[in-house]
Design a protein around this ligand. Structure first.
Ligand code: 2RA
Length: 348
């Protein structure tokens, strides 16, 4: 029969998008079981047009499950993914708990699908949403040109911090709407007060050069994550990578500026052709017609949108790009669903 799927964390921001995606994609699943914290158990959620009652996360919830997707905090994954794996469940985990484990593949189906089969722990990791917003486009360019260095800046949406991030931006916007705030130092901060939610500073009418927690020498955990994961996914463990992560007042869809240097000379026409034909990428690049991607247009869609393709003025081996990717879809739920489908194909 068809494999049984469990969605762990079905009630979160990513979980909600996952249920939509499972309802939209070609259906490869038998039973779909929904699992969440005991606090959410008993709620009914709709998937594939049916109401399904949410079960509480415990060992018995994994009985008879073939594949489990985890969209839960790191500590919950760290505890429960091995429990499910020990019962023979293939876990596709979207937390940071296992991404850099050498015995756990970090999979982006368009870039390194073959690595999914090598999973000695029974766990496959889904990359961070910031890495995922650029890596499909970069993987396509790397396959053709050979990547040598990466310098990127992110413009990250608040839903990267889950429902708390979305609620925080909405509340802050309601506090500043229709005012003249944003004209004097600190006026937005005073209006927002301590309602900064998961962010260190107000994000409404602002940009905040910080995501994650403090690591060595002033780097943020998010910046280190993008560097480490890009190296692992592309199979380039020594790749020089410099990242600056910034939070912006966008609900959903991360954007990034990318400076990518390659082995030899590149051309804009060549790069555009690679991007226009790469699976999972849409090239939207005609500034003369006002065409470039923005998060407001990319949100709710599956592909990585790429525009502003330019050759670096002072280096014929490098390109500048602007990319947008929905951080809840390709950045999380969609990529997880694609990985789970690869596993389902194997099990068939
Ligand atoms: C963020 N990538 O955007 C991080 C975690 N989801 O906040």
């Amino acid at each position: 029969g068809r494999p049984t799927l469990a969605v762990v964390g079905a009630t979160g921001a990513v979980g909600a998008v996952m249920l939509q995606i499972l309802s939209q994609r070609a259906d490869v699943w038998g039973e779909i079981r929904l699992i969440a914290s005991p606090r959410s158990a008993g709620r009914k959620l709709s998937v594939r047009g049916e109401e399904v009652e949410v079960a509480a996360l415990d060992e018995a919830a994994f009985d008879g499950v073939d594949v489990a997707m985890f969209d839960v905090p790191d500590d919950v994954s760290a505890r429960w993914a091995p429990v499910a794996a020990a019962k023979g469940v293939v876990v596709v985990d979207n937390s940071a708990a296992f991404r850099m484990d050498p015995d756990v593949p970090l999979v982006v189906p368009e870039v390194n699908a073959h690595t999914v089969r090598n999973r000695p722990r029974g766990i496959v990791a889904n990359p961070n949403c910031t890495t995922l917003s650029m890596i499909v486009a970069l993987g396509a360019l790397h396959a053709e040109y050979g990547l040598r260095e990466l310098v990127v800046s992110s413009y990250q949406a608040v839903s990267g911090s889950g429902r708390a991030g979305i609620d925080t931006l909405r509340e802050q916007l309601s506090l500043v709407a229709g005012t003249e705030l944003g004209t004097g130092p600190g006026d937005v901060r005073r209006a927002v007060g301590d309602r900064t939610g998961p962010f260190p500073e107000p994000v409404a009418l602002n940009v905040v050069p910080w995501a994650g927690s403090l690591r060595e020498d002033g780097w943020s955990s998010e910046e280190m994550t993008v560097r480490d994961e890009s190296r692992k996914i592309l199979g380039l463990p020594q790749l020089p990578v410099a990242v600056t992560c910034v939070r912006v007042p966008v609900v959903t869809t991360h954007s990034m500026t990318v400076h990518a240097r390659f082995q030899g000379e590149v051309t804009v026409d060549g790069a555009q052709e690679i991007l226009a034909t790469a699976p999972g990428v849409v090239l939207f690049d005609n500034p003369a017609a006002g065409e470039f991607p923005t998060p407001a247009d990319a949100v709710g869609t599956d592909p990585t949108w790429v525009g502003r393709v330019r050759r670096t003025l002072d280096d014929p081996t490098a390109l500048e790009l602007f990319v947008c990717g929905d951080n809840l879809r390709k950045g999380a739920a969609l990529n997880t669903a694609q990985i789970a489908e690869l596993v389902a194909e194997e099990l068939a």
